[in-house]
Write a protein that binds this ligand. Sequence first.
Ligand SMILES: Cc1cc2nc3c(=O)[nH]c(=O)nc-3n(C[C@H](O)[C@H](O)[C@H](O)COP(=O)(O)OP(=O)(O)OC[C@H]3O[C@@H](n4cnc5c(N)ncnc54)[C@H](O)[C@@H]3O)c2cc1C
Ligand SMILES: *[C@@H]1O[C@H](CO)[C@@H](O)[C@H](O)[C@H]1NC(C)=O
Ligand SMILES: *[C@@H]1O[C@H](CO)[C@@H](O)[C@H](O)[C@H]1NC(C)=O
Ligand SMILES: *[C@@H]1O[C@H](CO)[C@@H](O)[C@H](O)[C@H]1NC(C)=O
Ligand SMILES: *[C@@H]1O[C@H](CO)[C@@H](O)[C@H](O)[C@H]1NC(C)=O
Ligand SMILES: *[C@@H]1O[C@H](CO)[C@@H](O)[C@H](O)[C@H]1NC(C)=O
Length: 479
Amino acid sequence: MTFCCRDMNRWSRLCGLVLLLSHALMHSANAGFCTPTPGSCWPSRSTFSAWLATLSSTTRVYTPDTTPEFFLSEATSMNLLKSNFPGLIVVPGTEADLRSAMYFASKNRIRVVARCSGHDFNGRSNGRGVMLIKTELLNWTLYDDKTQAISFGSGAMHADIYSALVPYNRVYIGGQSKTVCPAGCLAGGCHGLMSRQYGLGIDSILEIRFALFNGTVITLNRTRNADLFHAYLGAGQNSFGVALSFKAQTYPAPPAILMFDALFDATADNAPGNLLSNFFLNATWFNDMPRELAGNINYEFGSVKVKFVYTGTDYDGTFQKLQPLLESPFTRHVTDPEVFPNMYEVALNLYPPVTDIWARKFITSGFLPQDQEVLDTISSIIVVLFGAQWFDPHEDRDRVAGMEPYLSGLYSLAPTSYSNEFTSWGTYNNVSDWKTRFFSNYDSLLAVKKKYDPCNLMTAKFAVGSDQPTAICSCAPKG
Ligand SMILES: Cc1cc2nc3c(=O)[nH]c(=O)nc-3n(C[C@H](O)[C@H](O)[C@H](O)COP(=O)(O)OP(=O)(O)OC[C@H]3O[C@@H](n4cnc5c(N)ncnc54)[C@H](O)[C@@H]3O)c2cc1C
Ligand SMILES: *[C@@H]1O[C@H](CO)[C@@H](O)[C@H](O)[C@H]1NC(C)=O
Ligand SMILES: *[C@@H]1O[C@H](CO)[C@@H](O)[C@H](O)[C@H]1NC(C)=O
Ligand SMILES: *[C@@H]1O[C@H](CO)[C@@H](O)[C@H](O)[C@H]1NC(C)=O
Ligand SMILES: *[C@@H]1O[C@H](CO)[C@@H](O)[C@H](O)[C@H]1NC(C)=O
Ligand SMILES: *[C@@H]1O[C@H](CO)[C@@H](O)[C@H](O)[C@H]1NC(C)=O
């Protein structure tokens, strides 16, 4: 088995067969991941103690028996409906300790799950009986004046990066929520307020320092380990290893950023059509809006609140283009624009403090399709899903059931869907087609997976290779 690990670049059908055979021959207690359950191969207390003694004092480790209250609060996921109970929690204070944790886990066949902010809608930054590695202390940033690139640790949140760039008058292209982390966001693509100008977050990434299953670090960029570089940026959630840090190009900061709110009555009469079909979901109208205009749409009780964010300088031209909307029969109130000096201030002011309430509301981006029939479908979905307040778990269930009739219309938008913003629930949104739903070339991603994680130790729901046998070897030397 170690043959495959050492020679992992020469992963072959033969090697796969050998692994499968040895997997089949192994005692059942040795197959798959070790978990802290009776009869499983979870390491002994003394094995843990010996490893813990090697860690630096900045690293925190929580276990359910020694620190139960901390353990519970640290384990909780943002989506409470999809929380889980890990086997132990490691909060590395140094990269060396993160690598050591991965080495220990791979040697002992413990499943590792990385978590930055815990925003994952589907609880993929948690797992039953896993070693949960929280990267929050690895939140450093470093701007290089010469190359105008910013580097940051995988524990950094978007707010950390936006704020680090303020003194240099530059912007990073990432998500709009201040507490979301690039690490997980980039693993799916990452869209933000300036994506209509500069593309997705992944388009600006220059390099990733990456820890393989056993903690060994490799550099990924467009020429070195390019296969894994591209695989992480779009299909990376806990799949191939753990990203340690990123380097990204930056762009000149807008001289000022304007924000204003507009309140609309979506039920007002304006036959033919409605507020959404006439404007926000009207590709002709939307495409004519300046690239520097973005915003959030929040639909509740038939009224629509839009927060417009404008990063350009043509104020008169933009205001003129918005006139037909702002003077439509739907418009109730438009606030005076507030001026913000930089993206960091925008991120701080974009959301009310209780972001988890907002997380359940509709956030639109500039990526709208051209097909009017499909746009009309979306507007029905918005009405079904966001027509009322939405707080209780049982409502969650009812509401998603109500969405079922619209899924095929939504799915006809594009061949694939954004893997960072989906949710599945029982039979609702049964993503049995996940290989084609989230990935455009699954077979090549699977080849990358087998090359860099031959034992299949890194896994997550709907991740590349997640339907294959896991922990088929330990891939670390004994001792
Ligand atoms: C309130 C809210 C606002 C959002 N806003 C946006 C937005 O503006 N734009 C956008 O594109 N998306 C947005 N999203 C979706 C967001 O991109 C996903 O929730 C994403 O998974 C968050 O990544 P994270 O690292 O912050 O979260 P986590 O839950 O910590 O991680 C998400 C996934 O990435 C994995 N992961 C985390 N760190 C690493 C690492 N270092 N190496 C390997 N895998 C890792 C985790 O295991 C998990 O599978 C938003 C979500 C919410 C809830
Ligand atoms: C981790 O695995 C890689 C690939 O098989 C190997 O090159 C490296 O030496 C291993 N690292 C450790 C610490 O065992
Ligand atoms: C990083 O995290 C530490 C500990 O939570 C915090 O004190 C510090 O302010 C953070 N640094 C940045 C740049 O966010
Ligand atoms: C990729 O990284 C290697 C090693 O650091 C470096 O030599 C090479 O120039 C990098 N390529 C790109 C495109 O950045
Ligand atoms: C879409 O917008 C265009 C341009 O503003 C407008 O002429 C057209 O009537 C709109 N379509 C609908 C269905 O309202
Ligand atoms: C999802 O769909 C597949 C294929 O139709 C089916 O086999 C499976 O049982 C479904 N799962 C759930 C939870 O309904």
